[in-house]
Write a protein that binds this ligand. Structure first.
Ligand SMILES: NC(=O)c1ccc[n+]([C@@H]2O[C@H](COP(=O)([O-])OP(=O)(O)OC[C@H]3O[C@@H](n4cnc5c(N)ncnc54)[C@H](OP(=O)(O)O)[C@@H]3O)[C@@H](O)[C@H]2O)c1
Length: 250
């Protein structure tokens, strides 16, 4: 992180709900200057917010230039905005649906990274919010798993191009957000057995709420900087090695 007499400064995507909103709230409480964007906008006091559809690549650069006009450096960027898509067989997933998920989970992040590159001001740490789905390849997670696997490679590739920025693709573990409403209530657990693990965890400490998950993400940031820039890290490897081993061995 840059050490300066000024407040630490962050930019977070997807601050209207879930993990992104909780990260924004947590950093504001810690005295950071926080900038955020999403389509719905962020309701939190203290967050400098600019409603923006991050898949609209033609408009994003102007929106970011406006949002971050007074900022001379970013200590932390969290590329968190994302979408799940439908849990279904890949063979039955319309290509347009898979592309829509890729647009927000992958290409929107390229748009933001390219803007940061052109912006040219110091950016200390970038966290791209990935998922265990990027490597687990569970039945039904088609478009989402593909997009997060590609995101892991996006992190690795930009690490070559932004040598002064530390980049991590970070799986945050399971979190009780709007995404879980669909996974735990609507999707078909008979057809897609990996859903049962989520349903069993909901309501327990294994599935924290967004506020607790945000604290956990922020707690591992210093340790992430010890890994090579561009790495994929599942947070459970650091915070819960037993759960990590069980997840990736089964
Ligand atoms: N929940 C989990 O268990 C879990 C596990 C692993 C990884 N993740 C990852 O964590 C991240 C946050 O997810 P969440 O669980 O917090 O879900 P969420 O509550 O649905 O939040 C998703 C955020 O992304 C924003 N977003 C989606 N499409 C957008 C677009 N086109 N332009 C701008 N913003 C957009 C949404 O804002 P608007 O709708 O207002 O645009 C919202 O703020 C995602 O990348 C997800 O893949 C979640």
């Amino acid at each position: 992180m840059f050490v300066s007499g000024n407040r630490l400064s962050a930019f977070i995507t997807g601050t209207s709900s879930g993990l992104g909103r909780a990260l924004a709230r947590c950093l504001v409480q810690r005295g950071w200057m926080v900038h955020g964007c999403s389509r719905r906008g962020c309701d939190l006091p203290g967050v400098y917010d600019r409603p923006c559809d991050l898949t609209d690549a033609a408009r994003v650069p102007d929106a970011l230039s406006e949002l971050l006009a007074g900022v001379d450096r970013l200590d932390l960027v969290v590329l968190n905005a994302g979408a799940l898509g439908e849990i279904r067989l890949l063979a039955e997933t319309p290509l347009a649906d898979a592309k829509r998920v890729m647009d927000i989970n992958l290409w929107a992040n390229k748009t933001v990274m390219d803007w940061l590159y052109a912006w040219g001001r110091p950016v200390a740490q970038v966290i791209m919010i990935s998922s265990g789905a990027a490597v687990l390849g569970n039945k039904g997670w088609g478009g989402y798993a593909l997009s997060k696997a590609a995101l892991n490679m996006l992190a690795r590739l930009y690490a070559h191009e932004l040598p002064d920025t530390h980049i991590t693709a970070l799986a945050p573990g399971i979190i009780d957000t709007a995404m879980m409403d669909y996974l735990c209530e609507a999707a078909d657990a008979q057809a897609f057995p990996a859903l049962q693990r989520l349903r069993d965890a909901r309501g327990s400490a294994r599935m924290p709420d967004p506020a607790a998950a945000a604290e956990r993400v922020l707690s591992v940031l210093p340790e992430l900087e010890d890994r090579p820039s561009g790495s994929f890290v599942d947070m459970r490897e650091i915070l819960d090695p037993e759960a990590y081993a069980a997840l990736y061995s089964g």
